[in-house]
Design a protein around this ligand. Structure first.
Ligand code: EPZ
Length: 418
């Protein structure tokens, strides 16, 4: 197991490009199960979750080949249905996104139930409810979902809560269904919009992605696709906070500033100077960090995937604030670890009360999930002395070579074997 050793205190200064988005790439790869021709993706991040879904797709007859590091060619000509096994789904919940494509294209699918995970119970009842409304017969047996349907039928589906993966799964299922599907209370995340554009390129008829109502008119077959993966807005936000927390000056290029608006707004309220152009954002620190309350919400609200990183910043604010998590019920595991570094955080249900301190002290801390790990790295970059972040494999799931990138803008951070 690797760990990071960080010597904090240096302001980060410089610029870098955002990587391709993990959460946009995963559904695009799942969409290859719908394609009747070859698929090509450029700008794919080299992350464990990407390898996991490629393994899963191999099991369903979709072959892949890497070209030149970040380009991925997929050949779905031998695609078939089968079982998404527990050992893969357990390590990556996003695997459940093969359910919609498999059942709509091949008439049946068997996918392991994902089980709970570190940040919450994360049920998939909305995916199941949607597929049932489209006429699928669903059986839950020995930890597996078995779905069957001759051909799915369009239906009107109203989500009880906003679900990103649920929206993507049903959008893909509806693409080959008979008739029109209307998804109400749909997720509006940029990754939903990029998937809809991809499906339309394949010959699907999807309208309204990016709004709460998505309409999909089913077609008989879908072509292959060619796509450039959009930039990762959560990585962009994490790097922006790295600039802020180290009192530095960081520019992220090749990003979509509108996708991090909710963060930009809060950083400005906190006293940071944030400027942006068409495809870049720059964060400069100008003195004190002011406390700012945040409450996570589905897009375009403040992303749960930046809550931990923002909390790290607030531990150094001049005053107290409240950070409220409304999406996942157990996404505060970084709070106790930040406490080991001198942060003052009191938890009260879904709200963390953060009282800023003048400085954090380096300590040995343990990463528990992807974004919690990022917050510990950020805290370590700002802390006095040495911080050791253990179990960085969590971080590696969502950030490609974060330490190398941070080093390139002045961070003192090393990866060492534990
Ligand atoms: C996606 O997860 C992201 N993952 C997550 O990113 C992100 O935190 C989350 O959306 C929220 O933005 C990917 O895109 C691969 P949800 P997802 O379905 O789709 C409940 C990261 O750090 N729910 O929108 O699985 C659920 O329990 C990761 O990169 C149901 O109750 O999240 C949660 O409380 C972590 N029933 C809420 O809805 C359902 O059927 C939102 O979940 C589905 C969801």
């Amino acid at each position: 197991m690797d760990q990071f050793r960080i010597r904090g205190g240096a302001p980060l200064r410089g610029e870098m490009e955002a990587s391709g988005s993990k959460n946009a790439t995963l559904p695009m790869l799942a969409a290859s199960l719908l394609a009747e021709g070859p698929c090509r993706l450029r700008g794919v991040p080299r992350l464990q979750d990407i390898y996991t879904i490629l393994d899963l797709l191999e099991g369903f007859g979709v072959r892949h080949e890497w070209r030149g590091g970040r380009e991925l060619l997929l050949d779905p000509s031998g695609a078939r249905t089968g079982t998404a096994p527990y050992n893969l789904v357990r390590t990556m919940r996003a695997s459940v996104m093969v359910l919609g494509p498999l059942v709509t294209r091949f008439g049946r699918a068997r996918v392991s139930l994902p089980g709970g995970c570190a940040i919450g119970a994360r049920p998939i009842d909305q995916h199941i409810k949607g597929l049932e409304a489209m006429g699928a017969g669903i059986r839950l047996e020995t930890g597996y979902i078995e779905a069957r349907a001759e051909r799915l039928r369009g239906a009107r589906i109203s989500f009880d809560l906003i679900t990103v993966t649920g929206t993507k799964n049903l959008m893909m299922a509806a693409a080959l269904a008979e008739g029109v599907t209307v998804l109400e209370n749909a997720a509006r995340e940029p990754e939903v919009v990029s998937l809809a554009a991809l499906l339309n390129q394949m010959g699907a008829r999807v309208k309204g992605a990016g709004t709460p109502i998505i309409e999909v008119e089913g077609v008989r077959s879908l072509r292959g696709f060619e796509v450039e993966v959009p930039p990762d807005r959560i990585e962009t936000g994490t790097l922006m906070i790295a600039g802020a927390i180290t009192r530095g000056d960081v520019t992220v290029r090749r990003c979509v500033p509108a996708h991090v608006d909710a963060l930009t707004l809060r950083l400005r309220e906190a006293g940071l100077d944030v400027t942006e152009g068409e495809d870049w954002v720059r964060v400069r620190s100008e003195g004190a960090i002011r406390p700012v309350n945040v409450r996570t919400a589905p897009y375009p609200g403040f992303p749960t995937d930046l809550q931990a990183q923002f909390m790290a910043l607030m531990t150094l604010a001049e005053g107290a604030c409240a950070v409220t998590e409304t999406i996942f019920e157990n996404r505060f595991m970084h709070a106790a670890e930040l406490g080991r570094m001198g942060a003052r955080i009191g938890l009260d249900g879904r709200t963390a009360h953060v009282e800023g301190v003048p400085a954090l002290q380096g300590a040995v801390v343990m990463a528990t999930d992807l974004r919690a790990s990022a917050s510990l790295v950020l805290a370590g970059l700002a802390a006095r002395g040495e911080t050791v972040v253990r179990r960085v494999y969590h971080l590696d799931r969502g950030y490609e070579s974060l330490e190398t990138r941070l080093r390139s803008i002045g961070a003192d951070i090393q990866r060492v074997a534990e």
